[in-house]
Design a protein. Structure first.
Length: 409
């Protein structure tokens, strides 16, 4: 008989077990993991560096003391309201303190993302597993969970033809379909899981030979209210980078419903209006009328990108500025402020993925992470219908909800 069984040996599961054991060292805990590897998603995240959390308001200072939970919660397209209270209990500040207390030195990058100083996600994995070992948390790998049911106030978990019995049960299986099935068997409703955080495939992509160029832009999805400012990365298949990933997150269900076919509007010069861009081009024409736009990169765009824009109009802009009519300058101004690209699918990193969807949030008590449907059943992490934008926010959701789960056990 166990006091708590945790199904799922990912970040939320391991941290929930640690949190519970740190709160009460006398309880007996078992973690069941379906695969041979624990914390696999942590190991592969951030290109193998693991973006532990985000410091947000103090980008050059490791201590996010001034961080307002409201500002933190705004980075979650789903779960914003529900996470507000939990972030008051355990947010980035507490995450940083926990890892540094457990001998993991962290560093903050200019955009606020926090990584281990080692630049290796193995540092995070080793720290969590060492703490679990020191707390005598029992962990079994290669566990194929066949069924979970409640009998006489206790939970029975059937795995590999063995029956494990526990007073309390936590399901922390991330976006794994089996976890959703187990939750449904215990009475919960699942919101259809779909991808979040993905790049945009562009039909007949004219910029693919400029793969690797990154710059600050403003993005909009035509016919919707979805927009985002940030860094755009040109790839061989279309667009990626933080701005695209964030836009894909906030528009995840909209794009899913559109079968990932939509029109993306890129404002390459978002700090200028179309009229201001035109006026600058007109002034350049009046001032340097014997030169060409090829020699006058007025807006300091990456040189190859600027040339690509000009070449897209065939011979139009190869003439001296004095010979270019205003109507053509207006067309160029329009392209720079509202360039159109046809989204025709998505590209995800198959090793790193985030899911929009999961257990309906109104069925969970966010003070304790306990089910409102089934007593003594708990959830944490990505199995919930919560997902954050890129930058360490999805791991912060795992640490926060897992901490509350462990404390309430």
């Amino acid at each position: 008989m166990y006091d708590l069984i945790v199904i799922g040996g990912g970040p939320a599961g391991i941290f929930a077990a640690i949190s519970a054991k740190e709160k009460n060292p006398d309880i007996k805990i078992l973690v069941l993991e379906k695969s041979q590897k624990l914390l696999h998603k942590v190991l592969i995240s951030g290109g193998g560096r693991c973006n532990v959390t985000n410091g947000l308001l103090n980008p050059m200072d490791l201590d996010p003391m001034e961080l307002d939970p409201k500002d933190l919660a705004r980075n979650y397209p789903r779960g914003q309201k529900e996470l507000l209270g939990p972030f008051h209990q355990f947010g980035p500040k507490e995450t940083i303190e926990w890892f540094e207390k457990n001998n993991v030195k962290l560093k903050k990058e200019e955009d606020g993302r926090i990584f281990p100083q080692s630049n290796s996600s193995a540092t995070i994995v080793d720290s969590l597993l060492l703490r679990a070992k020191l707390l005598n948390i029992e962990i079994l790998k290669n566990q194929d969970i066949e069924k979970v049911y409640k009998e006489n106030e206790n939970f029975k978990v059937i795995s590999n033809d063995k029956i494990f019995i526990s007073k309390k049960l936590a399901i922390t299986t991330g976006s794994c379909a089996k976890g959703f099935d187990l939750a449904k068997d215990l009475g919960h409703t699942i919101k259809n899981p779909i991808p979040s955080l993905f790049g945009f495939n562009i039909s007949k992509f004219t910029l693919k030979d400029l793969s690797g160029i990154a710059l600050l832009v403003e993005l909009k999805i035509k016919g919707s209210t979805f927009s985002q400012k940030g860094d755009l990365l040109i790839t061989h298949f279309g667009f990626s980078g933080p701005a695209i990933l964030t836009l894909s997150s906030i528009a995840a269900r909209y794009l899913f419903d559109k079968n990932y076919k939509a029109e993306l509007i890129v404002n390459w010069l978002f700090d200028l209006s179309e009229d201001e861009i035109f006026k600058k081009l007109k002034n350049l024409k009046n001032k340097n009328f014997l030169k060409t736009l090829y020699s006058e990169n007025l807006f300091h765009l990456p040189k190859n990108l600027w040339i690509k824009f000009l070449n897209s109009f065939d011979e139009t802009f190869k003439k001296e500025l004095k010979d270019i009519p205003k109507k053509d300058l207006l067309i160029l101004a329009s392209k720079l402020s509202s360039d159109r690209y046809a989204i025709n699918g998505k590209t995800t990193n198959k090793k790193e993925f985030v899911t929009c969807g999961g257990i309906t949030l109104k069925e969970v008590n966010f003070k304790t992470m306990e089910s409102k449907i089934c007593e003594n059943l708990f959830f944490a992490g990505e199995i919930l219908d919560i997902d954050g934008v890129t930058g360490g926010f999805n791991f912060q959701n795992a640490w926060t909800t897992a901490y509350l789960l462990g404390q309430s056990i």
